[in-house]
Design a protein around this ligand. Sequence first.
Ligand SMILES: C[S@@+](CC[C@H](N)C(=O)[O-])C[C@H]1O[C@@H](n2cnc3c(N)ncnc32)[C@H](O)[C@@H]1O
Length: 203
Amino acid sequence: MALYQELFARFYDPLLHDFERSLFKKRKALLSNVKGTVLGVGEGTGVNFKFYPKEATIIAVEPSEPMLRRARKKDNNGNISYYNLGINDPELDSVINEKSIDTIVCTLVLCTIPDPEKALQNFKRWLKPDGRLIIMEHIHATKPINKSFQNLFNPVWKVFSEGCNLNRNTDLMIKKAGFEAIEEEYFKRTLRFHSGVFKLKEE
Ligand SMILES: C[S@@+](CC[C@H](N)C(=O)[O-])C[C@H]1O[C@@H](n2cnc3c(N)ncnc32)[C@H](O)[C@@H]1O
């Protein structure tokens, strides 16, 4: 397990290099204007770091130590604090106060978190009332044949991609959890993607 985690982290950037190039503009547009205290969920090898404004204060949460080690090397501004934890670990409540976060960033991570609904409920507690949730996630296909293939292939994919799921309807999950879109977009990069900026729905 530890060896696999190490290998996944070692090859994450090179394997995703071409794919990432196609996502560069999306990441930049979503992340360049984040403000205040930012919670980066599952920051992985720190692909997002170069897009964050240096005035922002970043809390980077990442359960894989080999990923986190690589992320630290991409920290150029010294504005990032690191937590080697999963987003639903109770220890995070001693790090993050309720209603204290301006922006929560989830890129390619709600596909992997074991209990994404719980994570979204935590986000609601931690966000300031005018806080923002930024999303860029691959989601389940719409065409029945692609959907069925993703369902079939998912158990194998999950093993080789450290728990990533091809068939989550994260877009629906976010709205069901009580967020509403300020802006959102669906697009295709091999997989179907959903991205956008969300706010808390008034209750
Ligand atoms: C596909 S990578 C994405 C990394 C980065 N966000 C990006 O955009 O490149 C998924 C990341 O989610 C992390 N992860 C897995 N379970 C998690 C959890 N419970 N809480 C937070 N992050 C988690 C993994 O360790 C991995 O680094």
